[in-house]
Unconditional design. Structure first.
Ligand code: ZN
Length: 543
């Protein structure tokens, strides 16, 4: 079981969808039976939870490919529907302790209890050897917010200690970053990326349940053992030797060894913060073992009738968690019916709907692998795009479709990023629906599914669906359904196919996302990042 990335399907944020009949311009190809059939197959026990490198991968990718073929979609990687994704499984065997050397005292921290370590490097042994620790605030370099936690300090070869989330989180003030709405600077993945850009030897994040939005047990469950990464052999990209998390308590002890206390951490909330060398040194060692293998993205397209060399991409991950720890009923297969057999089924249905139209631009249907392992299939595609990112007009992600009733509202994850949200809100209005505010903006949902890898490469990307305002039962019912899913099925063996699903809400959402993509695929429409988006500067111009 990997909770590591805690990717949030849109259903867990809101549970998708609406309340009006299909729009005139929407082909009514979206129907429950067809959607349910795909889900029933993809989420069946014979697919074994669709974990990469298992028989489940073979079955799921073969199914997606054969469905695209039957619909008459074109292959997208030359004559193939497959993009191979080279991955490496890195297992970390950490020493049981880490030595902390302060000015006056020396003590040990315990692996897993006090900290966890991981690495993206494939060296057989990695170590910290009495390396210096620098407290680098939130570890953020954000020119658009005039913020640089690494200003005036060289951390090359050192260990940086950083806080999770961003400076807006504690500020209670929307003028600092986006207030409580997490920016990408708040995600742990960003912290490690920036520490590597700074040439740090290691990066340790101070855990805090509120700021991270999950407890340390989640971190313990998913780190300090084997994890999949892209196989980057041959690339010169620098990664820190070790990345990890430190508990709040262990941080206190470390600060005490430096003659400081936790008031130091709060200084990072203020503009003009300067990184502080702690005069504390750390030592530990990890042994690394690696296994290389190739997984698969499945990709199909409908060539545009007017501008075939411009693209709109729909994504949905086919993978899930595989077979793991039994639940109370003894079930060990993590079927992932909602997460994300439903999105995969939606991708197939979306392709079928577009097949009946003649989009101006080429529309790509990308079924990605290893989302649950860190958004790896989409990361690989974004780093090795088959169609150029600067010619990719828009990306729309589907991760979890509302299997229940119609919704009066819609919800956008990471609201405020791109013009695609305006398309979405306008099309929702035509369905008689309103835009509800995001329910937990501090959780950083926008950075937790596959659209994010397109955003990181500058492509305006949307992750949106229905809200919780149920047409029949109101918010109480919608929220009950969302919480029931989050508490009892999300990333558990009980995320299984259910013949009682109506998908009334989800079908509305698919019609809506079809209309958004259709608009983006129409010449004259060129969605952009909004002012203030951290992705705006990354856009390579389309036109
Ligand atoms: Zn998912």
């Amino acid at each position: 079981m990997r909770f590591r990335y805690l990717a949030i399907p849109i259903i867990a944020i809101a549970l998708a969808s609406c309340n009006q009949p299909a729009q005139e311009n929407t082909p009514d190809t979206f129907n429950k039976d067809s959607l349910m059939k795909h889900i029933q197959i993809l989420a069946s026990d014979s697919f074994m939870g669709r974990r990469p490198f298992t028989v489940g991968e073979e079955r799921a990718t073969a199914y997606m490919q054969s469905q695209f073929q039957q619909m008459g979609l074109e292959p997208s990687n030359a004559s193939s529907y497959i993009q191979e994704v080279p991955l490496v499984d890195i297992t970390v065997n950490a020493a049981p302790t880490m030595q902390v050397q302060g000015a006056k005292e020396k003590f040990e921290l315990k692996n897993i209890d006090d900290y966890v370590l991981a690495t993206e490097r494939t060296d057989s042994v990695l170590s910290l050897d009495n390396d210096e620790v620098v407290f680098a605030g939130y570890g953020v370099v954000a020119p658009e917010y005039n913020w640089n936690d690494y200003a005036g300090i060289d951390v090359k070869g050192k260990i940086v200690l950083v806080l999770v989330n961003d400076p807006g989180f504690n500020a209670g003030d929307t003028t600092i970053f986006k207030g409580r709405t997490m920016t990408y600077y708040g995600r742990w993945t960003y912290k490690y990326e920036e520490a590597a850009r700074q040439g740090a030897k290691a990066c340790l994040i101070v855990h805090n349940t509120k700021a991270a939005s999950y407890g340390f047990s989640v971190v313990q469950n998913s780190w300090g053992k084997s994890n999949l990464y892209l196989d980057t052999r041959g690339s010169s990209e620098y990664h820190c030797a070790l990345n990890g998390w430190l508990t709040g308590d262990a941080t206190k002890r470390l600060l005490a060894a430096a003659g400081k206390d936790t008031t130091l951490l709060a200084t990072a909330d203020k503009q003009g913060f300067k990184a502080v060398p702690l005069g504390v040194k750390l030592s530990t060692k990890v042994n690394i073992s690696t296994v290389y293998n190739k997984s698969k993205n499945v990709i199909a397209k409908i060539t545009g009738s007017k501008n075939p060399d411009e693209y709109v991409v729909y994504t949905a991950h086919w993978d899930h968690l595989g077979v793991g720890k039994p639940d109370a009923k003894g079930d060990t297969i993590y079927n992932g019916a909602i997460d994300n057999a439903s999105g995969s089924a939606a991708l197939l249905e979306m392709a079928r709907a577009f097949k009946n139209t003649k989009p101006d631009r080429t529309v790509i249907f990308l079924s990605v692998t290893a989302e649950e392992q860190g958004l790896l299939g989409s990361k690989y595609y974004a780093e090795h795009p088959i169609y150029p990112m600067e010619k990719t007009v828009a990306e729309i992600n589907m991760d979890g479709v509302n299997a229940f009733g119609k919704r009066k509202d819609v919800s956008i994850s990471g609201q405020g990023q791109s013009d695609l949200e305006d398309y979405f809100t306008e099309e929702a209005k035509k369905q008689g629906r309103y835009l509800a505010p995001e329910s937990r903006p501090e959780a950083g949902g926008y950075f937790r599914s596959d659209h994010f890898n397109f955003a990181k490469h500058g492509v305006p990307a949307l992750n949106a669906g229905g809200g919780t305002d149920d047409v029949k039962g109101g918010k109480a019912e919608g929220e009950r359904q969302r919480d029931d899913y989050t508490d009892h099925r999300y990333h558990q063996p009980a995320d299984e196919y259910d013949s009682s699903w109506t998908f009334e809400g989800g079908l509305d959402d698919l019609r809506l996302l079809f209309n958004v993509g259709k608009r983006a695929a129409t010449i004259g429409n060129n969605p952009q990042w909004k002012e203030g988006s951290e992705f705006k500067a990354l856009r390579k111009t389309v036109r």
